[in-house]
Design a protein around this ligand. Structure first.
Ligand code: VGL
Ligand code: ZN
Length: 214
């Protein structure tokens, strides 16, 4: 998974204001990923970005469930749904790319989590795996067989995108130090990286990618 990158794409996962310090659902040190993402882009022939993109009545917002609180887990459609603060509302500042992110080479933006009734951590499928975004089709149209992941949050949207990517037959490399996680329970990030590795993802570091070694 090094050298020739003609069939590879860099996927920037959910680099959005609300996930940076000061945002509605801040990921610790999330802003550190932005300059890394900028540098990594030049190593790839294709760059795609995903964005969490929720309507105001989204199922994942605690305030849409009277009596429930941020951090609670409820059951929706037979699946556990963790409740979050209102974040990444369609067309809001919080949902926008950070101003420091270089988007000139972002060829495609994939929005996810638009369905008010189903959350979507993965860039490929809603959490119920019924509806999909156009990410897989887009990558296939561009003859991409390997995806490299950078962004937020390691233990939620990056992990879900990695696992779905593998299940769809893509080779997946997680650029571990180009991601940051939420780590609600201490160890979540480390466990999520092990889960991705066990499912077949290659875990690489940004310097190896930048030097063409990974
Ligand atoms: C995310 C929680 C809720 C993420 C999105 O991008 O990892 N996490 N919505
Ligand atoms: Zn979300």
């Amino acid at each position: 998974m090094s050298g020739d990158r003609s069939a590879t794409a860099l996927i920037l996962v959910d680099l959005q204001n609300d996930f940076l310090p000061g945002g509605a659902l801040p990921v610790k040190d999330g802003d550190a990923v932005v300059p890394v993402a900028n540098r990594l882009q030049s190593c790839f022939p294709l760059v795609v970005a995903t964005r969490d993109w929720h309507p105001a009545n989204h199922v994942s917002f605690a305030e849409n469930h009277p009596g429930k609180h941020v951090g609670d887990t409820i059951e929706v459609g037979g699946r556990p749904q963790r409740l979050w603060p209102v974040h990444c509302v369609v067309n809001s500042f919080g949902a926008a790319f950070p101003t420091g992110l270089d988007t000139a080479r972002v060829a495609e933006v994939v929005h996810k989590g638009i369905d008010p009734h189903v959350d979507s951590y993965s860039g490929f499928f809603d959490n119920d795996h019924v509806n999909s975004t156009h990410l897989a089709d887009y990558l296939k149209q561009h003859h991409v067989s390997t995806i490299y992941l950078a962004g937020l949050a390691t233990d939620y949207c990056v992990k879900a995108t990695a696992l779905d990517g593998l299940s769809l037959g893509f080779k997946v490399a997680l650029i571990a130090d180009a991601c940051r996680g939420i780590d609600l329970s201490h160890g979540d990030v480390a466990r999520s990286i092990e889960e991705m590795r066990a499912a077949g993802a290659k875990i690489v570091q940004r310097d190896d990618v930048l030097a063409g070694r990974a």
